[in-house]
Design a protein around this ligand. Structure first.
Ligand SMILES: Cc1cc2nc3c(=O)[nH]c(=O)nc-3n(C[C@H](O)[C@H](O)[C@H](O)COP(=O)(O)O)c2cc1C
Length: 188
């Protein structure tokens, strides 16, 4: 079983990376093969809206998303982590979410044999960190994101988040979250 970790924070070794790693550690404890990508270290361009993916059967942008498409399609489970920037996921994370349009068939596809996430049902955990100390501050947003990924065809296993993290190590003061994160990873 392969579990893919996608880290959407530009900050190296920050709170989000630590949270995603804890989930992946849990999955590894159960024998999963782990692969991690730091989106900030990749060449990821925004979707151009050209809809070539619907006509040609693949995204025509020549960048590192081509590698990620393969990884996403071959993963049994994915952990997508992002800090909250201005009440939502980082632009970096949103870039790859938009690019998932190439894997969807919720509109007529010229090439219906094209890999379709709606049939794949890859398991997904969403992980967030944010600075506001209120642990319920983004509950509605996190529910909305689960709805989006369910619509895209993922088998959403749940969301985990840590509030009150400003400095890159602040998550370490909330050690109970690591147990929860590892348990989520084991479940994956
Ligand atoms: C540009 C920017 C925007 C942010 N916007 C928010 C926000 O809207 N709400 C919030 O609670 N925290 C916000 N934060 C704080 C981060 O979400 C928080 O520090 C997070 O833990 C950073 O994750 P990292 O350590 O993985 O980089 C923002 C931080 C930055 C740099």
């Amino acid at each position: 079983m392969k579990v893919l970790g996608l880290i959407g924070s530009p900050r190296k070794d920050g709170n989000t990376e630590k949270l995603v790693n804890a989930i992946l550690d849990g999955a590894a404890e159960k024998g999963a093969e782990i692969k991690i990508y730091h989106l900030a270290r990749m060449d990821l361009k925004p979707c151009k809206g050209c809809m070539s993916c619907k006509l040609e059967g693949k995204c025509i942008i020549d960048d590192d998303m081509q590698e990620l498409y393969k990884e996403i399609l071959s993963a049994d489970a994915i952990v997508l982590g992002s800090p909250i920037y201005m009440w939502e996921i980082t632009a970096l994370t949103k870039t790859i979410v938009d690019r998932l349009i190439a894997l969807t068939c919720w509109q007529p596809c010229a090439k219906p044999e094209y890999p379709n996430l709606l049939r794949i049902k890859t398991r997904l955990v969403l992980a967030y960190t944010y600075g506001n100390p209120d642990p319920n501050n983004f509950n509605q947003y996190f529910k909305y994101m689960e709805g989006l990924f369910s619509f895209l065809g993922f088998d959403v296993q749940g969301s985990i988040w840590v509030s009150g993290t400003i400095g890159p190590d602040d998550i370490l003061h909330q050690s109970e979250i690591f147990e929860e994160a590892r348990a989520l990873g084991k479940k994956l």
